[in-house]
Design a protein around this ligand. Sequence first.
Ligand code: COA
Length: 280
Amino acid sequence: MSTEEREEDTVRYEIENNIAWVYYNRPAKRNAQSPKLNRQMLKVITELEFRDDVGVLVLGGEGPAWCAGMDLKEYFRETEAEGLHGVRKAQREAYAWWERLRWYQKPTIAMVHGWCFGGAYGPLFACDLAFAADEAQFGLSEVNWGILPGGGATKVAVDLMPMRVAMYHAMMGENLSGQDAARYNLVNESMPADQLKARVTAVASKLVEKNWATVKYTKDAVRRVKEMTYDNAEDYLIRLQEGLNWFDKSDGRHVAMKQFLDDKTFKPGLGHYDKNKTEV
Ligand code: COA
């Protein structure tokens, strides 16, 4: 299959109500991340990023897997056979789209219904939010086949989970259910599989209603301050807000202040202002 597989078929997407549903599309190979898939993913998410009709990106998977990690044949064996340049090229292609996703212009949500292994932790972490089915299985399976969890996977486990849990997870090569993944902060929530898409749709629809510039600056702030001292974060957030004041051409905060203070048509503590009304 792999020799005939067309690069453009490895990813599928559709846009509905400002939500871009992007799917890993190698179900027969459990959506393993091959070089073809990694190149196509970068292409697809790049095309979608600045479209006016895309407010949120959801990353899902076709078939029984969300993503079975890196493709052992096409990503590891075949690139190793090409020598160092082949290995580095494949790594760069994979890391490129995960990095693009970490700093994506629009909010991103991982919708994990099935297998999620090793190299899938890169995109899992790159997504701003993650929701899982109780039946999903999360594993750092690397230790089971003679490698360490590379490509950021170790860092993802340590950043998201308590140290003892991350250590056990990496050393033992045992899988976590969706519920365990939620308990240990790998994902936001876990639920029965038949409720997953509805929950993701509800969250995505709420994000779509918000001021997109504000959401972008907020999510970047959360990722950046994690690495900062308190003082650096405090200062950075002042500068970032001043940047947002310029970046947000809709002048959202003044529009919102008017709706709260003068018009009394909304309360910030109870929901989002009406961004379709532009009066300040
Ligand atoms: N790389 C390459 N091929 C993979 C793959 C991967 N990561 N994961 C699955 N596949 C392929 C299998 O080789 C098989 O190919 P074939 O039909 O040509 O024989 C096909 O996908 C279906 O996989 P199969 O193992 O039969 O499916 P399953 O539903 O019984 O089991 C998994 C699913 C995910 C548990 C199992 O495929 C697996 O352990 N995959 C490897 C997971 C892993 O360790 N990933 C980490 C890499 S860093």
